[in-house]
Design a protein around this ligand. Structure first.
Ligand code: GDG
Length: 440
């Protein structure tokens, strides 16, 4: 979504997997949406399994989110990953004009830059990682980890979500490759020069304000407020993913109910859980676990006229979702590890200035580096979370307004448009080293 919004402003060609599988990998199919040309490629069923569900979502995703207990270290997955990146590079090659800048997004495509260099592409190429960069001790469990890092040197500019991700990457480079980055984030190695920096992604707050004024938002906001008279709503909005700390969130809420029985009947945890990656077993198991936990908590603590935890897995339109943000008294993000977390920023941007809700934010998100006026939590600490629930619900209006103003100002000064402009500006400003480098 964030990338769609960013491209809408600049125009360009977007190339990626179509989301469809076929007997064999297909050629790009072109279509036009506004000033964006979409080039979509079907993948063979085997590549969907080994590349997408495999290396991307069962190797890199869990590893980069520090879940080496869930990481699949399969050579066949890695082979498919490299093959698909090679085919994407061939598909892009014929589309690239001199002077174009190429911006590669996320962990599915780390080797793409190197493959493009191997095909003789000399344009400036940047890469942005939407997920965290792992701690060195965990990253080195990946077979051929050095090759993956080498492939990053196919880029002129590599962007991370946060300073801590950048620090983890430079720690790897310094310790494993024996290279100290210069003050400017320049790293010379493998016969190439790469610049590494943090570019925290964001949202366009004006879009949230506009969505908040839509009919769908007003309708859902009124429905929720009407339903919850005498009750405060604490909201969670997450993809159903083990990185989001959903079992921890439910456990913390249950602890809150146990410790503060006087709150019974006055609060509702409304959790929107968007199903994702249903072809990966861990995700299906987590969905089942959450549904069972929600039922158990409601069975144990609920009353005839009060359901403590509402758990919804249907998807809402962006306008309706904004209405839900506006109706909430607080929003809680419990990620155990998260590159940024856009929900936190969307919630803040959607709030009404005179009566804003409170953001409760895991310290383990990239967003916590910027949104310091949120109530920061350690989601593993359910006693702390239980207390913070109470603090958020009781926070006086003046304090809510004061914190919200700071949070909103931060998002306004660092919007999605700023993020895109900063990255592309820096990418255009890199000395184009490709011509002199022959390492690929
Ligand atoms: C990855 C990184 C990084 C959720 N439910 C509905 C819905 N959503 C939308 C939210 C938000 C998006 O999904 C979730 O974004 P997050 O940033 O929270 O998390 P990931 O999906 O894990 O994203 C993350 C991000 O990339 C960007 O770089 O921040 O760290 O993991 O926009 O609004 N949208 C709609 N209906 C729903 O029911 N329309």
């Amino acid at each position: 979504m964030a990338m769609g919004n960013a491209l809408k402003e600049s125009g360009g060609i977007w190339l990626g997997w179509s989301g469809q599988s076929a007997e064999e990998d297909g050629a790009p199919q072109f279509s036009k949406v506004g000033n964006i040309t979409l080039a979509r490629i079907d993948l063979s069923r085997q590549n969907v399994e080994e590349y997408y569900n495999g290396y991307a979502n069962r190797t890199l995703w869990p590893l980069f989110h520090h879940r080496i207990d869930l990481t699949a270290y399969e050579q066949s997955f890695r082979d498919a990953y490299l093959d698909v990146n090679r085919s994407f590079a061939r598909a892009i090659r014929s589309l690239v004009e001199p002077g174009d800048v190429i911006w590669v997004q996320d962990y599915h495509l780390i080797p793409l830059g190197r493959e493009l260099r191997a095909l003789g592409v000399k344009n400036r190429i940047g890469f942005f990682l939407h997920i965290p960069w792992p701690a060195r001790e965990l990253f080195v469990t990946l077979p051929q980890h050095e090759d993956l890092v080498w492939s990053l040197f196919g880029y002129d500019l590599v962007g991370f979500q946060s300073n801590k991700d950048l620090a983890a990457f430079t720690d790897y480079v310094a310790t494993e490759l024996n290279v100290e980055p210069s003050g400017n984030g320049l790293i010379d190695h493998f016969g190439r020069r790469l610049r590494a920096r943090a570019y925290p992604i964001s949202i366009n707050p004006a879009e949230m304000v506009e969505l908040g004024e839509s009919e769908a938002a007003a309708r859902i906001e009124a429905t929720l407020r009407g339903r919850a008279i005498g009750q405060k709503i604490i909201l969670g909005v997450d993809r159903i993913d083990y990185s989001k700390g959903l079992p921890q969130k439910f456990a913390a809420f249950e602890r809150f109910l146990e410790r503060f029985p006087e709150r019974h009947g006055t609060v509702n945890l409304l959790q929107i859980g968007q199903p994702s990656r249903g072809l990966v077993e861990e995700y299906r198991n987590l969905g089942d676990e959450l549904a069972a936990e929600a039922g158990r908590i409601n069975g144990r603590h609920g009353m005839l006229d009060w359901t403590p935890l509402s758990y919804h897995t249907q998807s809402y339109g962006r306008d309706a979702l904004t209405g839900i943000y506006r109706a909430a008294d607080a929003c809680i993000v419990t990620s155990l590890r998260d590159g940024m977390n856009l929900v936190a920023k969307e919630f803040v941007a959607a709030q009404a200035a005179d009566d804003p809700g409170v953001l409760i934010l895991s310290r383990f998100t990239g967003a916590a580096e910027q949104l310091c006026e949120a109530l920061l939590i350690n989601p593993y600490d359910k006693e702390q979370c239980a207390e913070v629930f109470g603090e958020a619900l009781d926070m006086p209006r003046e304090e809510r307004v004061a914190r919200w103003k700071e949070l909103k100002a931060h998002i306004e000064e660092n919007s999605l448009t700023d993020w895109q402009q900063r990255f592309t500006h820096d990418l255009r400003a890199t000395e184009n080293e490709a011509a002199r480098n022959s390492a690929f």
